[in-house]
Write a protein that binds this ligand. Structure first.
Ligand code: TEU
Length: 549
């Protein structure tokens, strides 16, 4: 497999990617049928979100059996075939391991509820407060209390997410043993990587107490044993020795922890996701309160993490999109007036950074938000929970639907747009979630017919990372740091150097170098080719990359 610093990882949300058996749900065979498309894009690994046995309350992030495939996605044989077909194309399959919690349908939890104390200790049960209320004031990330009362035990169990997702007790060595066996089972099957879901939440505090400053996350995030647990998994499963690519999803984390998570000397993970750059449009840091992108904050965060991770030899996963985030061309670009230009500019911002880039299904063709108009079009548990919470708070239907239009995770879960046939070619059945109506214009088939499409732009970005060592291995230096509309940076490695300039807005602007950078020539951009000059006027959403080698 490709050096992960020169690799690109494509994320698939299987439920919405490609339906091969016409039941309206994407499936494993559907992925296998699209491997040549992914090979054409030039990616190296495929990260699929979970397709394990699950009641689907959180679309598979509520796992009921880590070793079996949910029938809605297909069979183990079909997965083994996918692994084989991917390997033939030098594509590695990365599984999504949800080890912070299981579904309450998992046999471990069902045995716990049936009185089996061995399995009760697989979860986090605590006595309520003297007045009978929940053990702590912690809030679920999906709204409401993070505790659910169980009469038979006269105790509560912890669920940081939905109440059907019970948090595992990682203090229990039997839990860690079971989870390590599960990883070994998949490594045996030929899996080449793992994404660990909210893995920095697994180490809970020794004392469970109210969070007097917030919702509890500061008490259980990046917990006191997290690095110990990650080292143990790595060591006991031979993740590094088996060449496994591992990425941790780090919720509300810090640079200091991410250096420890991803510095190769620590032998914990290959890299990690953080989400600070995707909260710059959260008013008061609250997801469901809207504000425009705080561009200065965005630049400061990106620069802070790029410089900090380089200094401490950590490694970022760099991305805009995933199955939990709105579509970036709608969120920070202009999907109406500058669809192509802003999609290409946003892609360029990410793909020349220091880190491994991730492309979420449909991002490579500029898929947009869903623009749903009614609440019954939504499927996501988080979105439906917040709808009822905001309703109770007295917000109007119209205002809530506007907020969901901007923030719902369903924005990234509409069917992949393959062509301009019914349901965008995703299914011949009735899709589990509505298709975004712009599929007539925005689809793979159309992109593959146009030489300057967003698809071929991504293909070139992915190829350049393999060609130019300074992208994978180079230093990172911000440029025009004070500019109010431009995000620019320089990458240098041996005798190679890049200058990357991005106009983040839909208005013309300009940048002024102290003097004409010597020896650079045009590499890639989203308007016509230009040579580098001391002063450059940038068109709306214009991106320009110059290289010296
Ligand atoms: O997401 C973690 C998480 O916090 C997300 O819920 C996301 O950050 C949030 O929706 C933003 O408001 C992971 C998975 O990616 C997500 O799909 C799961 O729902 C969640 O964990 C629980 O497993």
């Amino acid at each position: 497999m490709q050096d992960f610093k020169k690799s690109c990882i494509y994320q698939i949300y299987p439920k919405s990617f490609n339906d091969s058996d016409h039941d309206g749900l994407g499936d494993i065979m559907g992925i296998t049928k699209k491997l040549d498309y992914l090979k054409l894009l030039g990616i190296d690994y495929i990260w699929s979100t979970p397709f394990f046995t699950s009641p689907q309350n959180d679309n598979g992030y509520d796992v009921a059996d880590y070793r079996n495939i949910d029938p809605i996605y297909g069979t183990m044989e079909q997965l083994e075939n996918l692994i084989h077909e991917a390997q033939k194309r030098e594509l590695g399959l990365m599984l999504d391991m949800v080890f912070n919690h299981t579904s309450t349908e998992h046999e471990w939890f069902k045995k716990a509820m049936a009185g089996d104390l061995y399995y009760k200790d697989f979860y986090i049960f605590k006595d309520g407060k003297p007045d009978g209320s929940a053990p702590t004031n912690w809030q679920s990330k999906f709204g409401g209390s993070a505790w659910e009362y169980i009469p038979v035990y006269n105790q509560y169990y912890l669920h940081l997410f939905d109440q059907t997702q019970a948090d595992l007790n990682w203090e229990n060595p039997n839990v860690r043993k079971e989870l390590k066996e599960i990883l070994k089972f998949w490594i045996e099957k030929g899996i080449k990587g793992f994404r660990f879901d909210v893995i920095n939440l697994i180490s809970k505090p020794e004392i469970y107490e109210d969070d007097l400053e917030g919702d509890g996350r500061r008490l259980y995030t990046d917990g006191h044993k997290i690095h110990e647990y990650l080292k143990e998994i790595n060591q006991d499963c031979g993740l590094y020795d088996n060449g496994m690519l591992t990425v941790g999803e780090m919720s509300s984390t810090t640079l200091e922890h991410c250096l420890r998570y991803s510095n190769p000397k620590e032998k914990e993970l290959s890299m990690c996701f953080n989400f600070h750059h995707l909260k710059v449009d959260y008013k008061n840091q609250q997801k469901w309160e809207l504000q425009d992108c705080d561009f200065k904050n965005l630049k400061d965060i990106l620069n802070h993490w790029q410089i900090g991770m380089e200094k401490g030899d950590g490694w970022n996963a760099v991305f805009w999109c995933n199955h939990d985030q709105p579509r970036i061309v709608s969120r920070f670009g202009d999907d109406k007036n500058y669809h192509q230009e802003s999609a290409k500019m946003l892609a360029t911002m990410i793909h020349f950074l220091r880190g491994t880039p991730y492309v979420f299904q449909g991002e490579e063709i500029g898929m947009t938000n869903a623009y749903f108009e009614q609440i019954d079009q939504y499927r996501d548990v988080e979105s439906l929970n917040i709808y009822h919470i905001l309703k109770k708070q007295g917000k109007s239907e119209r205002d809530i639907l506007h907020i969901l239009n901007e923030r719902s995770r369903d924005n990234s879960r509409t069917p992949m747009q393959w062509n301009d046939s019914i349901n965008a070619g995703f299914t011949q059945g009735n899709p589990w979630i509505g298709t975004t109506l712009n599929y007539l214009e925005i689809n793979v088939e159309k992109n593959l017919q146009e030489a300057n499409s967003i698809f071929f732009y991504y293909q070139r970005l992915i190829q350049l990372r393999k060609e130019l060592d300074c992208i994978a291995y180079g230093s990172y230096n911000p440029l025009f740091d004070e500019h109010k509309a431009v995000f620019a940076y320089q990458r240098c490695y041996k005798d190679e150097s890049l200058i990357v300039v991005n106009n983040f807005y839909g208005e013309e602007t300009f940048v002024e170098f102290d003097e004409v950078p010597d020896g650079y020539h045009y590499l890639i951009g989203n308007y016509e080719e230009r040579s580098i000059e001391q002063s450059i006027i940038l068109k709306p959403y214009e991106t320009l990359v110059f290289v010296k080698r």
